[in-house]
Design a protein around this ligand. Structure first.
Ligand SMILES: [Zn+2]
Length: 266
């Protein structure tokens, strides 16, 4: 018991050692304060990870049910998702982007490198409110690309670094934690890599919200959907956008947890 006490005391003294160099009461107060905050940051991170995980699961369930519901509501013009996409592209003066059909569900995306609006089979072939909303949303990204929408440009620029960071950050953080007392820099490199992934999820938010705004504005101005169906499309796209908010919050919670974990081990 005494040995443990002594070890803890020694550890505490070594942590506070740099303060003797600074020799100011104010700095001593803030450093001690940050030290006591670390376990709190870690606990807040844990609680957030669990809460956001549950919220994320519920949002996914709601998203699927809303899309299933509105995939049964046929759009008045009778245009399929592919036709809606082609029309929106042309109305925006875009003629160098092709609309293609890809496998899977909710796999729809715009590929700026190949200049293709990739629609999942259901969206491509069906003439429902869900299909129209998704197809128009993906074309919203094509319009962003054409007008050089700044958050999309930033997001595209981050892609190569984020691809590497998302694959390696966990390994670097784990190794960094193991050797944190001998080589603390590695842990912070891992944190910086994870922070990049978090930043990417934040930059994604305006890109997604703006694409939906462009989609709804076009669906209304082109009379592709009536007022009631437009409200349904807005609801569906709203739930889709919520998943990106949850992803960003989840990323922030993990970042807080890792920072707390690393700081408390030092
Ligand atoms: Zn999108």
């Amino acid at each position: 018991m005494q040995a443990l006490f002594f070890t803890q005391k020694t550890k505490k003294l070594s942590v506070l050692e740099p303060l003797s160099i600074v020799k100011t009461k104010r700095n001593a107060y803030f450093c001690a304060k940050i030290k006591t905050l670390n376990p709190k940051i870690m606990n807040i991170g844990w609680i957030l990870i669990i809460v956001i995980g549950i919220v994320g699961w519920l949002v996914q369930l709601k998203l699927k049910s809303v899309f299933a519901k509105y995939s049964k509501v046929l759009s008045p013009g009778g245009l399929t998702g592919a036709q809606i996409a082609q029309k929106m592209l042309n109305d925006n003066g875009i003629y160098d982007v092709s609309v293609t059909c890809i496998k899977g569900q909710l796999t729809d995306h715009y590929d700026p490198t190949k200049k293709t609006v990739n629609l999942s089979e259901d969206v491509y072939r069906m003439n429902s409110v869900s299909a129209a909303a998704v197809a128009a949303h993906e074309c919203g990204h094509a319009v962003q690309h054409k007008v050089g929408y700044a958050p999309l440009r930033l997001r595209s620029a981050l892609v190569p670094a984020v691809n590497i960071s998302s694959k390696l950050s966990m390994i670097v953080i784990i190794i960094g934690l193991l050797i944190i007392n001998t080589f603390p820099a590695l842990f912070w490199v891992g944190i910086a890599m994870f922070a990049m992934v978090f930043m990417f999820s934040v930059v994604t938010l305006p890109v997604e919200f703006n694409a939906s705004r462009r989609a709804l504005a076009w669906l209304e101005s082109s009379n592709s959907l009536s007022e009631t169906e437009l409200a349904q499309a807005k609801e569906a796209l709203g739930w889709a956008a919520s998943t990106y908010v949850v992803a960003a919050l989840s990323s922030l919670a993990s970042l807080l947890y890792y920072i707390g974990l690393g700081s408390s081990r030092r």
